[in-house]
Design a protein. Structure first.
Length: 175
């Protein structure tokens, strides 16, 4: 196994984890935010990640990445559970939202690099998958980034922690 092949295998595991997070974390964060512009943007990203899952599986299997897909999902499930159980309850709402965006940007970077690696290895199916998903995901991510300004108009809600939201649930509304 050459270095380029190893790099692709590693990136495939990381992409599987990242896409799981894009779906799972975006939905969790959207639930916390209720009916708001940031939540609407995250729901769109989650729906996109979920709808691309079958194509991702095909792309990885065609490139011989069966183990990478299963391992990536397992790691993603563990980190997702830890984040939900601990971190999201301690940090404030807007920081949690920004952390979700950071994770989504990380996934975009992984996809960009995987696209280049797959192209160099001649895995045109995987490269095409990455290019197609990137175009759509970047547009959705820009929408979520623009929604950050919603928090500036609601500083009290922005500063509430996940634990405060759980103890004193109050609907977050778009206004």
């Amino acid at each position: 196994m050459n270095h380029l092949h190893k790099l692709q295998a590693k990136l495939c595991r990381e992409l599987a984890q990242s896409e799981h997070d894009a779906w799972r974390h975006s939905l969790r964060e959207a639930r916390r935010l209720g009916d708001t512009p940031p939540a609407i943007a995250l729901r769109a990203i989650a729906a996109h990640a979920r709808s691309m899952q079958p194509r991702l599986e095909v792309a990885m299997r065609r490139g011989g990445q069966r183990i990478g897909l299963a391992l990536g999902r397992t790691v993603a499930a563990i980190f997702s559970a830890l984040r939900h159980a601990i971190v999201d309850r301690l940090i404030d709402t807007e920081r949690s939202y920004r952390a979700t965006l950071l994770g989504l940007r990380h996934g975009v970077d992984v996809m960009r690099l995987l696209c280049a690696v797959a192209g160099r290895r001649g895995d045109l199916y995987l490269a095409a998958y990455c290019e197609g998903v990137l175009a759509e995901r970047l547009a959705l991510l820009q929408r979520a980034e623009r929604a950050l300004s919603w928090f500036a108009d609601r500083p009290a809600l922005a500063l509430r922690s996940g634990l405060q939201n759980a103890l004193h649930p109050g609907p977050m509304r778009a206004r």
